[in-house]
Design a protein around this ligand. Structure first.
Ligand code: ATP
Ligand code: MG
Length: 97
């Protein structure tokens, strides 16, 4: 059974700024995963990659076993589910500011 989310050695640079430096983590199905970090740690960048808004410079990312870098999530059947996740992230962001 694939992990809900699998992130492997994700790297993202914005010019000289290294936003993600070989980030890896697994979220199993049904797991409550706390995605915490200080300002600028790269949380939003990671979520933007997982939702297909931006491309990483390196690494791999799978959602429900689905390679989202090869096949954008919005073409898959789990896109609707993922949009809800994205809305939840926005609500959390709004709550933070
Ligand atoms: N569009 C961008 N252009 C240039 N640098 C960026 C851009 N977006 C993010 N960064 C930089 O990438 C790094 C990671 O930022 P990111 O927004 O992913 O962190 P975060 O963990 O979501 O932070 P916060 O808790 O403040 O929301 C930071 O150094 C940030 O300044
Ligand atoms: Mg953020």
């Amino acid at each position: 059974m694939p992990s809900a989310i699998s992130v492997q050695d994700l790297t993202k640079r914005y010019g000289n700024v290294v936003a993600l430096n070989n980030v890896s983590f697994e979220v199993e199905k049904g797991e409550i995963f706390g995605f915490l970090g200080p300002n600028g740690a790269g949380k939003s960048t990671t979520v933007r990659i997982l939702t297909g808004l931006i491309k990483p410079d390196g690494g791999k990312a799978f959602v429900m076993g689905y390679d989202i870098l090869k096949n954008p999530l919005r073409q898959s059947s789990i896109w609707e589910w993922f949009q809800r996740f994205q809305t939840l992230m926005w609500i959390l962001q709004l709550g933070k500011t």
